[in-house]
Design a binder for this molecule. Structure first.
Ligand code: C5P
Length: 211
């Protein structure tokens, strides 16, 4: 039995006390992966952004808001985990300045200056210890396999799950699981629950069985 950390859902980056940047991630893929991991007898810690989805009973859950929060919880928890599945869609940018008061309208255009947030999967991938594993997701619209393989290398992932933009906020998904050597291990499509069971089966065979 392994302890698996699953990142799930979107993050929020506030501009002022009431406005934020985010994306349409629902957390459904994270919830489906959590259920599939529990079915295999693993312990599951979900670190989730703000979502409506219900995670299965039996998971441990830590809620976060921003990408920086997600990173600090993952860095604190990962040393006690065997693996991480990065199913979250963290915001890649944050406003450089967060206003302490609500930004008032002036009748003029408002320019926002955004800076990059840390990459959680890449940070954990760089810090993982022998025996620990990291599985990333790649949502690509162009040259998907090549880009996913480059991402797997850059983020030091053991497997990469490639999906398309239709995955966002949908019931179904279509994914391809890629190995480090570029091999396509499997394709799964259908309800996210079915896809998640397929992904966990590969993680079980290739990563859990190895440790
Ligand atoms: O680079 P890209 O966002 O396409 O990579 C997707 C993978 O990286 C996913 O596994 C996602 O959870 C993870 N990610 C992350 N932190 C970010 C951006 C992406 O962990 N700031």
């Amino acid at each position: 039995m392994s302890r698996i950390l699953i990142t799930s859902g979107p993050t929020r980056q506030y501009l002022d006390p009431v406005r934020y940047l985010t994306n349409g991630s629902s957390g459904r893929m994270g919830a489906a992966l959590a259920a599939a991991a529990l079915e295999l007898g693993h312990k599951v810690l979900v670190v989730s952004g703000p979502v409506q989805v219900a995670y299965p009973a039996g998971v441990e859950r830590i809620d976060i808001i921003s990408t920086e929060d997600l990173l600090s919880v993952c860095r604190a928890e990962f040393p006690r985990c065997d693996g991480l599945i990065g199913a979250a869609a963290p915001c890649d940018y944050r406003p450089r300045r967060v206003e302490s008061q609500k930004i008032a309208k002036t009748g003029q255009p408002l320019e926002l200056l955004l800076v990059e947030t840390p990459d959680v999967v890449a940070t954990i991938g760089a810090e993982k210890q022998p025996g620990q594993w990291v599985v990333g997701f790649a949502l690509e619209t162009e040259d998907p396999r090549f880009r996913a393989l480059v991402k797997m290398e850059r983020k030091n992932c053991d497997l990469m799950v490639l999906n398309g933009p239709e995955a966002m906020n949908a019931e179904d998904n279509r994914v391809e699981v890629l190995a480090r050597d570029g091999l396509s291990l499997a394709e799964f499509h259908g309800p996210k629950e079915t896809v998640a069971r397929g992904i966990l089966r590969i993680i079980q065979e290739r990563l859990v069985a190895r440790t």
